[in-house]
Design a protein around this ligand. Structure first.
Ligand code: ADP
Ligand code: TRP
Length: 322
């Protein structure tokens, strides 16, 4: 039995990049009977950037609803909010005291912002240690994440290995699972789709708003009549990620043939999303309207997660004399 663990921050509503890059591959792994999955909403991590409580609460529910909409089985697996097992903060404190300062000073999450140190809070600085606690407290074997999280996983492993060397086998040393076949999903401006770039497609928006968002995908100014290059177009790139081979080939022909505008391609992308994800959109809306059901599912998972986490916390405390 392998234990798979991953988290998504509740810094925004989940977007197509999160869904194709994390949620769908995660659910795929969780369906293997040999795996047990712990998937959580990293709401404590979101506090390093989001300060508005209402916003965080809504993002947390939306992130949970997205996992359920895509079919995450909460009976077989464990689903929880990071903040509801607050001992992870205690666990983080212990790990902090074993984490060398230069390791954190070198983390991209900090370094990228180190030219504006006045904007960096202490939480952001120890972000990787909280993440290590998230992983080590549940004896996770594999952590599916995007490439951007690779360094955080290395920090987690370094902390675990150094601790085990000093005190004997205490932590399971986790491995990152970085799926090279999952490409970086482009946003509406062609850069990596990310909540921080404000270029996301939220597939759970009401139809009219979703259509408007898709119509705002940036394209070049090739006139309607002229042939177009599908390989440099964001609309085509996004369509190719969702459509079947035949649909992709037809759109390619349309681009290359001329008299086919970007507006047509955007309309087809919109219709594809609406057609393909209608069930997921419905389930998402259902849970967002019935949040008590959603919270019940989380609370069940939180009990199970806590049971696992407290055992590892005890194991750690004994080693260090508490
Ligand atoms: P964001 O960049 O929008 O803040 P997160 O950092 O919360 O997204 O990412 C949550 C998960 O979704 C991670 O596993 C990350 O690798 C994945 N992910 C985010 N954006 C993309 C993207 N554009 N393409 C593929 N995967 C993505
Ligand atoms: N830092 C991760 C991200 O931004 C989210 C996260 C928090 C996480 N704790 C984790 C991912 C533990 C995997 C395991 O994507």
């Amino acid at each position: 039995m392998a234990r798979i663990l991953t988290g998504i921050q509740s810094t925004g509503r989940p977007h197509l990049g999160n869904i194709l890059g994390a949620i769908k591959p995660g659910i795929e792994l969780s369906t293997n009977p040999k795996n047990e999955a712990l998937f959580f909403i990293a709401d404590l991590h979101s506090l390093t950037t989001i300060k508005d409580g209402k916003e965080r609460h809504e993002n947390t529910l939306a992130t949970a609803a997205a996992w359920l909409a895509f079919g995450f089985d909460t009976d077989k697996n464990i689903f929880y909010r990071q903040s509801q097992i607050p001992e992870v903060c205690e666990f983080t404190w212990y790990l902090n005291c074993y984490t060398p300062y230069p390791m954190l000073a070198n983390a991209h999450s900090f370094k990228d912002k180190s030219d504006r140190l006045s904007d960096v809070n202490a939480g952001l600085f120890i972000y990787p240690v909280l993440m290590a606690a998230d992983i080590l407290m549940y004896d996770a074997n594999y952590v599916p994440v995007g490439k951007d999280q690779q360094q955080h996983l290395e920090i987690t492993r370094d902390i675990a290995i150094a601790f085990n060397n000093k005190y004997g086998e205490t932590f399971v040393v986790p491995e990152a699972r970085i799926d090279k076949t999952v490409m970086t999903i482009p946003g509406i401006d062609g850069n990596k789709m990310s909540k921080s770039y404000n270029n996301t497609i939220d597939i759970f928006l009401p139809q009219k708003q979703l259509r408007k968002k898709i119509m705002s995908i940036v394209t070049d100014s090739t006139p309607l009549e002229s042939p177009k290059n599908p390989d440099t177009c964001n609309v085509f790139a996004l369509y190719s990620l969702l459509a079947n081979n035949e649909q992709v080939a037809t759109m390619r022909m349309n681009y290359e043939g001329g008299n086919y505008g970007y507006g047509h391609a955007k309309q087809e992308l919109y219709e594809l999303i609406i057609g393909q994800m209608s069930g997921e959109r419905e389930t998402f809306d259902y849970f967002m309207e019935n949040t008590s059901e959603l919270i019940n599912k989380l609370e069940e998972g939180e009990q199970k997660a806590r049971e696992i986490g407290l055992k590892v916390l005890d194991r750690l405390k004994v080693k260090i004399g508490f």
